[in-house]
Design a protein around this ligand. Structure first.
Ligand code: ISE
Length: 339
């Protein structure tokens, strides 16, 4: 069997997924690329043999050439597309965030639950990163005693020009909200954002870096340094403090170079390379699960729960106070955060 996948949205992630599906994914082919900008869609489609080009989801659905969709448009366009795809019964790998606010995410969750079949997987690719998986296994095994604290550093070289304080939470910290839920298997109950010194390298409208703290149901505390104009490269670290030891993941750079009076390794340029293998694995697992009529990773509930964390984070940015995460009742249709 071969899955015919349409990639909707041919920006940075969409084009990367076209390339991945066309060249590094088994049992799938790119049947279509959709973008409001026909030239951009055509440019991405050129890398995938036989891919058709459309400029709207309507045209794609009318042509009936897709068994499944990778949705890589900006987050504010997700809700409408997801509701249409649920309606059409088409499985979708939706890039994060599911939607930019909890109200619209809940509408998506409710539509999917009403349709009675899980169709949506959310692109929290870090769950497919080898380091994340190893740490998760260590936490679950109890080998080093109980997990006590999680520290995250999430650094981007530069932020896109349109980035806002709100997007720092929705586009960037959303990954750590999911990571903490993944590692602990618990929901996040409290979020606080502190704004301190600002880097002069960031746009004047942006508070960068920011320090986010969160707490889970059972009281685990986690910190996140989010720094989106860190200049030197892309870096995503996690350090976990256990009763009997400390575990770090994401130090990267297998290669250590000593030259000219310094020693060290290279730093990734961006998330497309840092998480390249994770994306490959995410998409392959999704293709295989889709062919079996299942999903293989974070679901719409995970997308909703992280959107609720983001709302709390954005509220906290206003007065830097502690915000409670408001979650609706989880429909029994969905499982716990890590299942
Ligand atoms: C971007 O949208 C991502 O998802 C990256 O993983 C993250 O590091 C970056 O901060 C976001 O802007």
């Amino acid at each position: 069997d071969e899955l015919r996948v349409a990639v909707v949205g041919a920006g940075r992630m969409g084009a990367d997924h076209v390339d991945r599906l066309a060249h590094r994914t088994l049992r799938a082919r790119v049947s279509a690329v959709v973008d409001i900008d026909a030239d951009r869609a055509a440019a991405a489609a050129a890398g995938a043999d036989g891919a058709q080009v459309f400029t709207s989801l309507d045209e794609l659905l009318a042509a009936d050439v897709a068994d499944a969709v990778v949705l890589a448009t900006p987050g504010f366009l997700h809700e409408e597309a997801l509701l249409r795809l649920i309606d059409a019964g088409i499985p979708v790998l939706c890039e994060k965030p599911l939607t930019p606010d909890p109200e619209s995410s809940l509408r998506v969750v409710e539509a999917e639950a009403a349709a009675g079949r899980q169709l949506i997987q959310v692109g929290f690719m870090r769950r497919f990163d080898a380091g994340y998986r190893q740490l998760k296994q260590l936490i679950d095994s109890g080998e080093h005693g109980e997990l006590l604290l999680l520290h995250h550093q999430h650094r981007n070289p530069v932020s896109p020009p349109e980035f806002t304080d709100e997007m720092i939470i929705h586009d960037s910290v959303v990954h750590e909200f999911d990571a903490v839920r993944y590692f602990t298997g618990e929901e996040v109950t409290e979020v606080q954002v502190r704004l301190g010194r600002r880097s002069s390298r960031a746009a004047e409208t942006l508070h960068d870096p920011q320090l986010v703290t969160l707490r889970t149901e059972s009281g685990l505390l986690a910190t996140v340094e989010i720094f989106v104009n860190a200049q030197f490269g892309y870096q995503v670290h996690t350090q976990a403090s256990f009763e009997d030891g400390v575990v770090s993941i994401g130090q990267g750079a297998e290669l250590q170079l000593t030259t000219g009076g310094r020693t060290g390794g290279a730093v990734d340029a961006g998330f497309v390379t840092r998480f390249g293998e994770a994306y490959d694995r995410e998409v392959q697992d999704w293709v295989d699960a889709t062919l079996r009529g299942e999903i293989a990773g974070p679901d719409a509930w995970d997308g909703y729960a992280t959107a609720a964390c983001c709302a709390a984070g954005v509220a906290s940015q206003q007065d830097q106070g502690l915000q409670t995460v408001q979650l609706a009742q989880r429909p029994s249709f969905y499982s716990r955060p890590t299942d």
